[in-house]
Design a protein around this ligand. Structure first.
Ligand SMILES: Cc1cc2nc3c(=O)[nH]c(=O)nc-3n(C[C@H](O)[C@H](O)[C@H](O)COP(=O)(O)OP(=O)(O)OC[C@H]3O[C@@H](n4cnc5c(N)ncnc54)[C@H](O)[C@@H]3O)c2cc1C
Length: 355
């Protein structure tokens, strides 16, 4: 039940919504199933006829969506969400201008699996159940912890008719291009994306997938046709990111091209690349390169990607300060070319996602 291709002949033949010209659509969906995967993960299956129009024509990989969480009244009840029309170019501005107690809260999630060509179209989203020491969570984690079949949310996601390629949606960052040797590294919020990417990797891909999780009970069965080695890193109370950084340093030793490019000796000494720091308090850390094209590999200006080094691609996501630290290490210390790494701050410690 984890197929991630979202188009089939059956889906193509199904009647489509009239006038759905936008690249993204708002899907009014219902909770069909809730499955507690582990202490810190809740899988929620959303269903609805409208999901026939959801998806991209290809692998979903790390496809991101927005989930609009219904507002909660003082007595704990949830108020129905307003209708969002993504064909109106100003839909987001208009939605944002509404009172939060009317519009709800919008949060970013990954589609863990999509089965939109089935007679009953569905998508799975794996929510991390995060709560602080006082038991207070964000709107999304609180909602997910209490979700039950029949509850409703709005999902903002790709319109399958318009999203002919991953690029035409803009919500898929996994772009290894020519690289076949990869590093996937992330915390628990990146587990759904890494799991989905791994399921779609071709058999000849090699490398490492490093997943930091709160504790060992959060380890999930993952499958991949590739030769990428999967390592789970239970935090067990250690500071967030410590285990991940240590594992990344082992997987990509200095100089980076020697360990990931699999060439024996350094023809040129690793040179420190200039790297402007990112102030994660004021901006979202989000640096994703374009698809690694042949000319990028051949004409790479980086002194640290010498001829003979195999194309390498890294995908890093999780708490922003941790991702920033990994960016500094991989680019500055290990000398990996920035054009070969996607760095994504999925959330910020002590900061709610805006909206
Ligand atoms: C592209 C993308 C894909 C993502 N995919 C997923 C996914 O599939 N599953 C998933 O669970 N998350 C995912 N996330 C992360 C998720 O969007 C954030 O964790 C989000 O902040 C959760 O919203 P909230 O309403 O629960 O908390 P918020 O209201 O945003 O935050 C409330 C407080 O909780 C803290 N907080 C937020 N997230 C966490 C956390 N994970 N652990 C500890 N403290 C936290 C914040 O720092 C803040 O202090 C993704 C993010 C991005 C950008």
């Amino acid at each position: 039940m984890t197929g991630t291709r979202t188009t089939t002949k059956a889906a193509a033949a199904a009647p489509r919504r009239q006038g759905a010209n936008a690249a993204v659509l708002a899907f009014d969906v219902e909770v069909r199933a809730v499955q507690r995967l582990s202490a810190n993960f809740q899988r929620i299956t959303f269903g609805g006829e409208c999901l026939r129009d959801f998806g991209v024509q290809g692998s979903t990989d790390d496809l991101r969506i927005k989930v609009v969480i219904p507002p909660q009244a003082a007595d704990g009840t949830r108020t129905p969400l307003p209708v969002i029309d993504c064909e109106d170019a100003g839909w987001y501005r208009n939605w944002l201008a509404m009172d939060v107690q009317e519009r709800g809260s919008m949060r970013t999630y990954t589609v863990r699996a999509a089965r939109c060509s089935l007679p009953q179209p569905e998508i799975d989203v794996d929510f991390v159940l995060h709560f602080d020491a006082d038991g207070v969570g964000g709107p999304a984690s609180t909602w997910a912890a209490e979700a039950k079949p029949g509850d409703r949310v709005t999902v903002i996601g790709p319109n399958v008719v318009h999203c002919v390629t991953a690029e035409s949606y803009g919500g898929i960052e996994w772009r290894p291009g020519l690289a076949q040797h990869v590093l996937l590294a992330g915390d628990e919020t990146a587990v759904p994306a890494i799991a989905s990417i791994l399921e779609n990797l071709p058999a000849d891909f090699t490398g490492h997938a490093l997943l930091e999780i709160p504790d060992a009970s959060d380890i999930q069965p993952l499958s991949t046709p590739s030769k990428v080695a999967v390592t789970w890193l239970p935090r067990n109370g250690r500071p967030h990111g410590e285990a991940l950084e240590s594992a990344v340093r082992s997987a990509v030793a200095v100089p980076g091209y020697a360990s990931v490019g699999r060439i024996e000796a350094a023809p040129v000494p690793a040179r420190r690349q200039e790297l402007e720091d990112v102030d994660i308090d004021s901006v979202i850390l989000w640096e994703t390169p374009a698809r690694l094209a042949p000319e990028v590999v051949e004409n790479s200006p980086s002194p640290n990607t010498p001829a003979g080094a195999l194309p390498f691609y890294a995908w890093i996501a999780g708490e922003a300060a941790v991702v920033r630290g990994l960016r500094r290490y991989l680019v500055r210390e290990a000398g990996i070319d920035r054009k070969q790494v996607a760095f994504m701050g999925y959330w910020r410690h002590g900061r709610a996602e805006t909206a």
